[in-house]
Design a binder for this molecule. Structure first.
Ligand code: FES
Length: 196
């Protein structure tokens, strides 16, 4: 008798819990996903710029701006390439390898003569040989990479300085060159590590 009562009470409780579970389950609605709204609101507070933004600022308006700028800058690049080529007309490094003339350069102190293309600097070619040649700025703005062309005459009879902000005509007349920006135009001999 007692057992039957217990079973009855237990069954009633179980039934109640089941009914309660399903009634709550059917009434539950998922919380609205507002993350995109928040991201868009944040993006609208970020001023649009003319340059691509990092990813976290590219959400929403920023993303559109970055994409648009990306496409635009590609166009600008195309234009710029034309300009670059025009500007690079006197840049020997822009000469394609298969069109570049090759010259024989004797490195006196290193005791070797190597071939250097006219699109390669004397410094780069020497480094490719594994020689520890002096340099600092690599842009013609110091004198660290100086070398002395010993073939006689003006340095620019033998090399083209793409940039040279250090050597005057008097020094170049004595054969001095900046190897980091010196592109061969002829065969010659050079002593590296020599400055006026
Ligand atoms: S390393 Fe500075 S001028 Fe060549």
């Amino acid at each position: 008798m007692v057992d039957a009562l217990g079973i009855g009470v237990g069954a009633t409780i179980v039934l109640f819990v089941v009914v309660l579970h399903f009634s709550r389950g059917t009434e539950w609605t998922p919380t609205e996903d507002i993350s995109n709204d928040i991201l868009e609101r944040r993006a609208s507070t970020v001023p649009e710029t003319d340059f691509p933004e990092p990813m976290n600022r590219s959400i929403g308006g920023g993303g559109v701006a970055a994409g648009a700028v990306g496409a635009g800058s590609e166009g600008e690049l195309d234009d710029g390439e034309g300009e670059g080529q025009a500007a690079g007309d006197d840049d020997p490094s822009a000469i394609p390898d298969d069109e570049a003339e090759t010259y024989e350069i004797e490195f006196v102190k290193e005791g070797e003569t190597i071939e250097i293309k006219e699109n390669t600097t004397v410094l780069e070619a020497g480094e490719d040989q594994g020689w520890d040649l002096p340099y600092a700025c690599r842009e013609g703005q110091c004198i660290s990479c100086g070398g002395h062309i010993t073939s006689g005459g003006h340095a620019e009879d033998y090399v083209k300085h793409h940039t040279n902000e250090m050597l005057g005509d008097a020094e170049m007349s004595d054969g001095y060159t900046l190897t980091c920006v010196a592109y061969p135009q002829s065969d010659f001999s050079i002593e590296t590590g020599e400055s006026p």
